[in-house]
Design a protein around this ligand. Structure first.
Ligand SMILES: Nc1ncnc2c1ncn2[C@@H]1O[C@H](COP(=O)(O)OP(=O)(O)OP(=O)(O)O)[C@@H](O)[C@H]1O
Ligand SMILES: [Mg+2]
Length: 256
């Protein structure tokens, strides 16, 4: 039994794209996510993972259904309140970073803070520096984003997602463009942060090795939840079986 409190609840969620030609992408999804959960959302390309994550992250609105954050239905918020809600409670790590290439690593980490504050206090600068230290980028504070490697940029994106102490971090293929050892280091970093801060993580991936390192795996196929399990509960061997048809990197070293 998972007796942690619920942080996010999805009720009968549907998403249809298009006005004249309608395409339904998500079908009647129901899901309950607990506070502090470290979960992954896996599924083939086009199954609706990013669409679902964007709706969970209040970046997109559902066609019907409810997203309830700590007991509050966020669909009823207007655009301005929704923007404030996102900034206050959510952090995002997306594959294409959305970092500002002409700004330094430190300035990028501070951006979510500056949306709601007009001045940078010495405390927040120190916090941003500490976060860069945590992702092993001390000494790179003043380096422009376009002068950093892909893995370094990804780590800036992670540090940035932590700056406002979000309650939920949403990550879309956070390791998608990285080599295996960098991917593992990034996953480890996120897990450590999850353990220390209790922040909930929802990580989209199509890679079963990444999914296998999370505490709960939800599989989406054709816009429907087809599996929802904990690798720890069902055992590693069974978990690999459940994930058999998913892509994986570096299978030789992890699969026996
Ligand atoms: N804005 C949009 N308008 C119309 N259709 C869309 C839109 N965004 C996504 N889709 C469609 O919805 C389906 C699900 O897309 P989504 O990006 O959620 O998939 P995904 O599981 O994230 O795939 P991938 O692993 O390739 O990133 C796809 O068929 C896609 O073409
Ligand atoms: Mg996607």
């Amino acid at each position: 039994m998972d007796n942690r409190e619920t942080i996010l609840q999805v009720k009968n969620l549907n998403k249809v794209f298009g006005e004249e030609v309608k395409t339904q992408v998500l079908f009647d999804l129901n899901l309950e996510i607990k506070k502090g959960e470290f979960m992954s959302l896996i599924g083939p390309s086009g199954s609706g993972k990013s669409t679902f994550l964007n709706i969970l992250g209040a970046l997109e609105r559902p066609t019907s259904g409810e997203i309830i954050f700590e007991g509050r239905n966020i669909n009823t918020l207007n655009d301005k309140d929704l923007a404030r809600f996102r900034n206050q409670y959510l952090g995002y790590i997306f594959q294409f970073h959305y970092l500002f290439p002409e700004f330094s690593a430190l300035e990028n980490v501070l951006l979510p803070y500056l949306i709601n504050h007009s001045v940078k206090t010495p405390e927040i600068i120190k916090k941003a520096e500490n976060l860069l230290g945590m992702v092993e980028l001390s000494g790179f504070e003043d380096r422009k984003i376009n002068k950093l490697s892909g893995g370094q940029q990804q780590r800036v994106a992670i540090a940035r997602s932590f700056i406002n102490d979000p309650k939920i971090i949403l990550a879309d293929e956070p390791t998608g463009a990285l080599d295996t050892s960098t991917s593992r280091a990034i996953m480890k970093l996120m897990r450590e942060y999850n353990n220390e801060s209790g922040t909930t993580f929802i990580i989209v991936t199509h890679d079963r090795n990444i999914a296998g390192s999370t505490e709960r795996i939800v599989e989406l196929v054709d816009g429907k939840i087809s599996k929802d399990f904990s690798p720890k509960e069902i055992g590693e061997a069974q978990a690999w079986k459940e994930l058999e048809r998913h892509a994986c990197t570096d299978c030789d070293t992890l699969e026996k």
